[in-house]
Design a protein around this ligand. Structure first.
Ligand SMILES: Cc1cc2nc3c(=O)[nH]c(=O)nc-3n(C[C@H](O)[C@H](O)[C@H](O)COP(=O)(O)O)c2cc1C
Length: 156
């Protein structure tokens, strides 16, 4: 097995939640992609990070001094995860969302939403890492969508 394949398998053994990372273009149009590279970093100040592949077609909308929302998905929202990973365009068409405090698209009925202002953007390997200061949050009740070993699952 190549080391790249082993790296992918090893990292895939780390179970994660799934989120739709969303922002708005200069013209106000919402854009988003499915991610599992979300992590909290700091409590004071409240900082999180996400990573976006350099070849992502909507990378340009996640720039320095920008903002984004991490919409954490419920287990019933697997269709949203597939949509925001695979639909080539119009991902937000027909999706209920509202602009947050700084304008990021907050998806209605997400399990939780963290709205962030980008405080640092770092090009690392083949990804852009965005460190965001959390400016607003919403939480709901329910169970998370889980990603493990390359597939969707849920909590036991
Ligand atoms: C469960 C899951 C997690 C993903 N996590 C990430 C991620 O953290 N960063 C990323 O850039 N792409 C991630 N992707 C892939 C992107 O969702 C996908 O490549 C992106 O939507 C492609 O956008 P584009 O077609 O506009 O280039 C993930 C996909 C899935 C299904």
């Amino acid at each position: 097995m190549s080391s790249a394949a082993l790296f992918r398998l090893a990292c895939g053994r780390f179970a994660t939640g799934v989120a739709v990372l969303a922002t708005r273009a200069a013209d106000g149009i919402p854009h988003g992609l499915t991610i599992n590279s979300f992590s909290s970093i700091s409590l004071d100040p409240p900082l999180v990070m996400v990573a976006i592949a350099h070849d992502c077609s909507i990378l340009e909308h996640f720039g320095e001094n920008g903002f984004y929302a991490v919409n954490i998905l419920r287990e019933e929202q697997i269709d949203l995860s597939i949509r925001f990973a695979e639909l080539p365009e119009g991902r937000f068409t027909g999706i209920a969302w509202t602009p947050g405090l700084v304008g990021a698209p907050l998806i209605e009925d997400a399990l939780a939403v963290l709205e962030c202002r980008t405080v640092q953007s770092v090009e690392v390997g083949d990804h852009r890492v965005l460190i965001g200061e959390v400016v607003d949050m919403r939480i709901g009740d329910g169970r998370p969508l889980v990603f493990f070993s390359g597939g969707y699952t849920g909590l036991m």
